[in-house]
Ligand binder design. Sequence first.
Ligand SMILES: [Zn+2]
Length: 377
Amino acid sequence: MATDQEKTRMCLKQLLEKPGNGNCADCGAAEPEWASYTLGVFVCHSCSGLHRNIAQISKVKSVLLDPWSSSELEFMDSAGNNAAKAKYEQIVPAFYYQPTHRDCTLLRDQWIRAKYERKEFLCVEKQEPYSAGYREGFLWKRGRDNGQYLNRKFILSEREGVLKYFNKHDAREPKAIMRINTVNATFQPAKIGTAHGLQITYLKENSTRNIFVYHEDGKEMVDWFNAIRAARFNYLQVAFPGTPKSDLLPKLTRNYIKEGYMEKTGPKHTEGFKKRWFSMDDRRLMYFKDPLDAYARGEVFIGSKENYYTVLPGLPPNIQGYAWPFGITIVTPDRKFPVTCETEDEQKDWMAAFQAVINRPMLPQDYAVEAYFKHKP
Ligand SMILES: [Zn+2]
């Protein structure tokens, strides 16, 4: 006869096989091994740690290692991930960023708090901080010259189609006006060195500009992020009428395809190679002296194979002056762009990143960007 313990194990195994329970209720990771027995959801190990931040409403334990009472098992059976989703995610705005297991802790923590603690998706009034179309507040912004963070007033105005910030609290003229149609925002905790660090980029005269901001309060920071997404969503719906929402949503914000150090030389290939920080943002390969520079030293447009872009391992013959041994040559219709990587793994990863971009056919708007790069002075 099965012992009580074996019966419990069997029962939990069956519960995990029920539809919805096979993935973490919060980040979608496969095969969750933890559960909140007060909310009735199965979650991954990483999200279970975040549920401990809201211990007053969520109590977690291990599916495999902790003891379970029969009443707890009955509750998990009556609830479960699909039921919790129907209850706590009733009205998630389309633009609202729902994190995956690959996203930073801040995004996942705030998603969990928004759902279960603040119950933001049961009541539209609670969504005003990011859905009102206007947002004003202070953020710590990294200074361009000394890298110190200074408190700056930011205004996001959907009506004006801009995000702007002011250097002095009483200043009339903004220090920068970022047009919503070119703005991107991506959390970069490791690069910025703070858990709430957000990189905002925009185009100024077709070149990418970076600013780095954070707010001590995680909710404030994620509300800014979703407010930017909401403004971009509304802009895109007006700019591309009739385009299905599902085509617009992936364009609200984007993470970089890859970032890291490589060495590069100048256009004549006779200059010595210099170590630079590279960011691959959609089809723009940008390089910076410092990862937190306000603007790129240069940008290279990477098109598609149909338009004569290729990437090759190794360097052109007779090239000299590099320290890192693993070369890559990016070939555009106009020039060769040799770079070197420190390790073979880095070389492989960069090659894969370039190849993925090159394999993807160019969109009409990509041709406009390519034309700009070709005619750049
Ligand atoms: Zn998870």
